[in-house]
Design a binder for this molecule. Sequence first.
Ligand code: NAP
Length: 246
Amino acid sequence: MRVLLLGGTAEARRLAGLLVADGHTVVTSLAGRTSKPLLPAGEVRIGGFGGVDGLGEYLRGERIDVVVDATHPFAATMTGHAVEVCGALRVPLLILRRPGWTAAPGDDWHRVASLAEAATLLPRLGHRVFLTTGRQGIAAFAEVDECWFLARSVEPPEAPAPKRLEVVLDRGPFTVDGERRLMTGHRIDVLVTKDSGGSDAKLVAARALAIPVVMVNRPAAPDAPTLSSSEEVAAVLRAGSPKVDT
Ligand code: NAP
């Protein structure tokens, strides 16, 4: 099958490897946000499609048999476009979404609906903040003058940004020991993260240090068949093209 894999995540890279090994023709699509992306097996295209019309043209022009959306759980616009276009063109769509995180005993988590809500809540919880919301999430905290921020991202943030900001450019995976050292070394007293799922090293470290966590909830789940691992998606495609709901 000719598979369009909407990527930008570790599980998308893993899935590309599995699908290529199974003999599918795989084109991974990346948004182009990072200057040195980790490249998966198979073909790669980089850059937006040009909205729903552009995505529709791409699917028709490239004779795509199935789309797998393995974008980040917070890439809601891309996922919304995939659901809309695949529904209209009757191209099968599978969503790959890693499960979100669940609080454990002893955790002091504060769930919020948005980055803006996180910014409002923050000064009541702490004043030395470890911000792990990604480069695009940093701007939401630009007006929080009460707090000092340590922000970690793959690419440097752009303005607007908090006045008191230190940036650490790094890409996971991270270890619990490393996260613990980073938080202790910067006297962090609150962690902000999106509910991305995947490695929970920073959450385990925050638990051990009794640091509160502001957890930004995921956007609404997409209305399409959803699987939680690369292996499950590969198994479905091994069995043939998924059916399109009538
Ligand atoms: P988004 O807000 O959902 O998408 C905005 C626009 O970016 C889309 O309309 C599309 O442009 C383009 N786009 C997004 N993902 C694309 C892809 N895989 N291939 C081609 N175009 C894509 O997306 P986002 O939150 O900015 O995320 C961008 C990329 O970074 C995604 O691939 C995602 O997996 C990855 N990522 C995101 C996060 C996060 O926290 N949001 C974290 C880690 C990685 P057109 O309308 O022109 O097609």
